[in-house]
Design a binder for this molecule. Structure first.
Ligand SMILES: [Zn+2]
Length: 61
């Protein structure tokens, strides 16, 4: 199963639609997978403006 990342909110998903912004223009060309468990206390989450836990790509092309 291939994973794709949303260029807008950086969420990584195995589906064809972004679960957050409902975008269908997802990219399989991403790098820097991060898993955020605790957005409130995560510096990465703050830097990425992420407010929900989940899996995110640092860079999406
Ligand atoms: Zn999105």
């Amino acid at each position: 199963m291939s994973e794709k990342a949303c260029p807008t909110c950086h969420i990584v998903t195995t589906g064809n639609v972004c679960p957050k912004c409902k975008s269908t223009s997802l990219s399989s060309d991403f790098s820097g997978l991060v898993i955020i468990f605790d957005p409130e206390n995560s510096e990465i989450a703050k830097a990425m403006k992420v407010k929900e836990k989940g899996r995110y790509a640092l860079r999406v092309r």
